[in-house]
Design a protein around this ligand. Structure first.
Ligand SMILES: Nc1ncnc2c1ncn2[C@@H]1O[C@H](COP(=O)(O)OP(=O)(O)OP(=O)(O)O)[C@@H](O)[C@H]1O
Ligand SMILES: [Mg+2]
Length: 452
């Protein structure tokens, strides 16, 4: 284990026995028999945890604690105290000690205490790492928004980033809903707190409830230990409720209550906890139609939709295609160690004409595939998936000029899906991949068009 514990104790036998016990647990141990020596060690080596006696000659435990925190506030200090001085130990906790343990030391308790501190430290550094990666990958600079429709989306996202109002992001699959949700979070005052996502489509109803609210040990069969829900982990940050249209009605009532009252309980507990995460929800479903059908609650919709952001499909903002293509080429060329200078005119023409049922994600997949396949420094029309190269079909249909836009788009979608199913030998997972849409979305389309 890569953790260093400094043991400070003026009683030599006790010092040796604690140090011996902790190094057997796998920690690196540094010993100090008086406070001055302890401070010296802290200045000279990377100490993670200090286990210190409270009453020592030369300097009180409180003074030592203050001195440690002044040198490095991230060091976790545990105070050891004789039974009679518990009160001053709690004073020490007010000054920033993480915990105290009474003498004679119960070694089992000490072991648990230290393990908890180590786990928490690990979690914090993992979170920080993750957050840095996310900020990097999803910084506002990473979003390409040339079209006026998308600049407007970014503009709204920026303006509401600091508020607490719930946000509902709507848009077809792959339009960038999650990216915008992250933008709202990372450009606002909550950016140092967690961004926690829960995908309501990915979980069965029973698990979804415990995922959101957490549960106590024994709350239901299989709940063999207490678990925090996403509302709790998102504390002070943003809870991204993805595919919110998939929440069953029974759970919609519970979610509504949390949004109204700002409190919730873990399943199996009657203790109310504060829900202070900002809610950003997303869906590709038409919630208003679902309200009319009775499958989504209107009151919940109003709660979620305080700010609404609609991301238009890519085919309605074709100005974004060239800069997206350029950005994706750069990214995938570097990821694949390929030198790609650009894209031929014909290839770009095909990309501009295509309808993108899978939106930006589909374009991203197309470019990734082309970069991998490309044998020259320029992406050629032949490097693009076949489905793009009969773009002539579209322009023929458009120039025939008899309106009926929706029918044409649908006919085209159907033919694309048939193609993809043909190529993939009727394997839906692969067909969805080829189309650059989720399997779920493919199933939805199949159902919609009555295709089997
Ligand atoms: N404006 C943009 N600039 C750069 N990349 C984008 C943009 N919009 C979307 N993307 C990329 O497209 C992919 C899909 O985006 P995202 O996952 O946010 O879409 P979504 O709307 O949540 O999709 P789904 O409905 O399928 O969940 C991601 O890899 C994202 O980085
Ligand atoms: Mg998404």
């Amino acid at each position: 284990m890569d953790y260093t514990i400094l043991v400070v104790e003026d009683e030599p036998v006790q010092l040796e026995s604690l140090a011996g016990f902790l190094s057997k647990q796998g920690y690196r141990v540094v010993k100090a028999s008086h406070p001055e020596q302890a401070l010296q060690s802290i200045r000279n080596s990377a100490v993670d945890i200090v286990l210190s006696d409270f009453k020592m000659p030369g300097m009180s435990g409180v003074k030592l604690l203050e001195a440690i925190k002044a040198i490095n506030p991230s060091i976790q200090v545990i105070i050891m105290t004789a039974y009679g001085t518990v009160e001053s130990a709690t004073d020490a906790m007010k000054l920033g000690a993480v915990d105290y343990i009474t003498k004679p030391i119960d070694l089992y308790r000490l072991q648990v205490l230290i393990r908890n501190i180590v786990e928490r430290k690990q979690l914090i550094s993992e979170n920080r790492l993750l957050r840095e990666q996310l900020t990097d990958r999803f910084s506002v600079d990473g979003i390409i928004a040339e079209s006026s429709a998308m600049s407007q989306v970014l503009n709204v996202a920026g303006r509401i980033a600091d508020s607490n109002a719930s946000v509902l992001i709507t848009g077809e699959t792959g339009t960038g809903k999650e990216l915008i949700a992250r933008t709202v979070h990372f450009s606002g005052s909550r950016h140092n707190n967690p961004f926690v996502a829960v995908n309501c489509a990915a979980l069965p109803d029973t698990l979804l409830e415990s995922e959101l609210f957490g549960h106590e040990k024994g709350a239901f069969t299989g709940a063999d230990r207490q678990r925090k829900g996403r509302f709790e982990t998102a504390e002070g940050g943003t809870l991204f409720i993805d595919e919110v249209g998939e929440i069953p009605l029974s759970l919609q009532v519970k979610l509504l209550r949390v949004l109204q009252e700002k409190t919730f309980e873990r399943i199996g507990s009657n203790i109310s906890l504060q829900a202070n995460a900002r809610i950003v929800a997303a869906t590709n479903r038409d919630l208003e139609a679902m309200i009319r059908e009775g499958s989504f609650r209107q009151d919940l919709f109003y709660r979620l939709n305080v700010v609404s952001i609609r991301i238009p499909p890519l085919r309605e903002r074709r100005e974004d295609i060239p800069p997206l293509v350029e950005g994706f080429i750069r990214r995938f060329a570097s990821e694949n160690n390929k030198r790609i200078a650009g894209i031929s005119r014909e290839a770009m023409d095909s990309l501009m004409k295509y309808s993108y049922p899978g939106n930006v994600r589909e374009l991203e997949n197309i470019i990734q595939q082309s970069v991998v396949l490309s044998r020259s420094e320029t992406i050629m029309r032949n490097d693009l998936p076949v489905r793009l190269n009969d773009g002539s079909e579209i322009s023929d249909q458009v120039t025939s000029g008899d309106g009926a836009f929706t029918e044409k788009v649908e006919a085209f979608e159907k033919s694309l899906i048939l193609d993809a199913l043909g190529v993939s030998g009727q394997v839906q997972t692969r067909a969805a991949e080829l189309l650059g849409i989720s399997e779920r979305h493919l199933r939805y389309k199949l159902k919609k068009y009555g295709m089997k």
